[in-house]
Structures are given as structure tokens and as C-alpha cells.
Design a protein around this ligand. Structure first.
Ligand SMILES: C[S@@+](CC[C@H](N)C(=O)[O-])C[C@H]1O[C@@H](n2cnc3c(N)ncnc32)[C@H](O)[C@@H]1O
Length: 256
């Protein structure tokens, strides 16, 4: 579990794809897989699979858990610009580290984000950005409080919290239930965690599960409320038979 007293303590780390991330002393974990790379991981584990499934939609509402350095949000904008898409995107992103957001205007991002520097600056200053195509809102506070209050219906969830070991309350069956309640019937969730507890928590909330085996990343997970053709299906009933003691994480084990 994390140590809030260490919130301000972070170290800059260079990832193998040449992009920068941070190491959090509070959570004793890096914000990204340094091997997969911050930008590369964001593109391959979250943005590309989500936009493959939701191709052709006029507008998308995305829940980006949690904002951190904002790579998932900024990579989404970069992907849309690169592919000249007209999709309108509304991104809602919980984050309780206000000082981190305020510091992002001077963070050393990759050159791929040069075109959106004005957006990064606005978010860092106002925790908000809006133009004709993009609306980005940081939901300041604890995700367990802010997510259930979301009024919009979510199309895509990027689940990119610190790991289930370090931040279990963002991976419980109950938190996934909160996510489903604010989501559309065909919502899609992308995450790097393939652990049995993550898979069970999502499966118990009606998600069908698929492996995402993209270029140059460790295997990741796609969870969808609707059946998908694009990815390798995971037979959870078979997995449960093979591993009968596996269990989803539950709030009751972590709430004091
Ligand atoms: C792994 S980082 C997210 C990385 C981010 N997706 C990116 O691409 O840069 C996790 C973030 O979650 C935030 N966080 C952890 N627990 C939280 C909670 N309960 N509510 C809101 N934010 C939380 C941390 O402050 C940290 O910035």
C-alpha cells in the first residue's frame, strides 16, 4: 500500500523507447513500464486497440484512470491528429496529485507532443481544456469518489492506475462495478494488468476478456462488454476451473 507522506518525491526515469516517465516513491513504482516505454506503451496498450474497436464513431467519451503524466490523454490527441480523424473526444481523468498536474507544463515530453504543447499548458494551469474537437477535464480528488459521480456515459476506459499490489482499491470488483455503472453498454476497457485478480474482477462485472499481444509490449488486456473479433479470447470459465482459488480483489480487504 502507498505512503502519502512521500507524494512529492518522484524521480525522472528514461524509458527504453526514449521517452521520459517518473518513479513514484509514494507508490514505490514507475508511472510506466520503462521497458515498454511511456509513449509506446500508451499507444499499443491503450490508444490503438481502443480506436481500432471504436473506429468510425463521431464522438467518444473516455475515462482515463488516472491522469498521472497524462500520456494516455496526450497520446490519444496525437493519434487523432496523426490519423486525421474528426472524432470529437471528451476525456475525463481522475487524479489526486494536484502538484503533479501543475508541474506538467515543464515536463520533458517527447517531440510527438510538440503540436499539443498549448493543451498541456492549459491542463497544467486550469486542470481543463476545451476546443471544437477536444474537451479534457481532470477530476481532482480520489477516483473512488469522483468516478461514481460522472454524469457522462463512457465509451472507453483506460485503466492505468498503479499496480493492483500497490494501489488495490483501484482494481477491486466494487470499483469495476462503479466503472460499469457510468459506462455505455458496449464499453471497452484497456489495461496492462493481466493478473488473475484483475481478470476475475472484470469478468464478474460482465466483461469479456481478450489478450492484446501488440508489437514490442508485454501482453496486455482488453475487456469489452460486447464480443470482439479483433483479439485473442480468454476463456475465463476454463481459467476458473484450472485456478479455483483465484479471487477478485474486494474493497472489504482494504478499507479500514
Ligand atoms: C501509473 S500513474 C498513471 C499514469 C498515466 N496514465 C500516464 O499515462 O501518465 C497513476 C496515477 O494515479 C494517481 N492516483 C493513485 N491513486 C489515486 C486515487 N485513488 N485517486 C486519484 N488518483 C490516484 C497517482 O497520483 C498517479 O498520478
Amino acid at each position: 500500500m502507498y505512503n502519502q507522506a512521500l507524494r512529492g518525491q518522484k524521480e525522472l526515469v528514461l524509458c527504453e523507447d526514449g521517452t521520459n516517465t517518473l518513479f513514484s516513491k509514494e507508490f514505490n513504482e514507475a508511472y510506466h513500464s520503462t521497458k515498454d516505454g511511456a509513449l509506446h506503451e500508451s499507444l499499443e496498450k491503450h490508444v490503438k486497440p481502443a480506436f481500432l474497436v471504436k473506429k468510425g464513431e463521431d464522438s467518444l467519451t473516455i475515462l482515463d484512470i488516472c491522469f498521472g503524466l497524462g500520456y494516455n490523454t496526450f497520446t490519444t490527441l496525437y493519434y487523432i491528429q496523426q490519423n486525421q480523424l474528426n472524432t470529437k473526444v471528451h476525456i475525463l481523468s481522475p487524479e489526486f496529485d494536484k502538484e503533479l498536474i501543475a508541474s506538467l507544463a515543464t515536463f520533458d515530453y517527447p517531440s510527438q507532443f510538440d503540436n499539443i504543447k498549448h493543451i498541456i499548458k492549459d491542463i497544467s494551469k486550469n486542470f481543463y481544456y476545451e476546443d471544437e474537437q477536444f474537451k479534457i477535464e481532470i477530476l481532482v480528488g480520489d477516483a473512488r469518489d469522483t468516478v461514481p459521480k460522472i454524469k457522462e456515459k463512457i465509451d472507453i476506459v483506460y485503466q492505468d492506475a498503479f499496480s493492483p499490489n500497490q494501489n488495490p482499491l483501484l482494481w477491486t470488483r466494487e470499483f469495476f462495478d462503479d466503472i460499469v455503472k457510468v459506462s455505455k453498454k458496449d464499453t471497452l476497457l484497456t489495461t496492462y494488468s493481466i493478473s488473475a485478480s484483475t481478470r476475475l474482477g472484470l469478468y464478474e462485472n460482465g466483461f469479456k476478456l481478450y489478450f492484446n499481444k501488440s508489437d514490442g509490449i508485454r501482453t496486455a488486456l482488453i475487456a469489452s462488454q460486447k464480443e470482439l473479433d479483433f483479439f485473442e479470447f480468454i476463456d475465463m470459465e476454463l481459467k476458473k476451473k484450472r485456478n479455483p482459488t483465484a479471487r477478485s480483489l474486494r474493497d472489504i480487504d482494504y478499507l479500514i
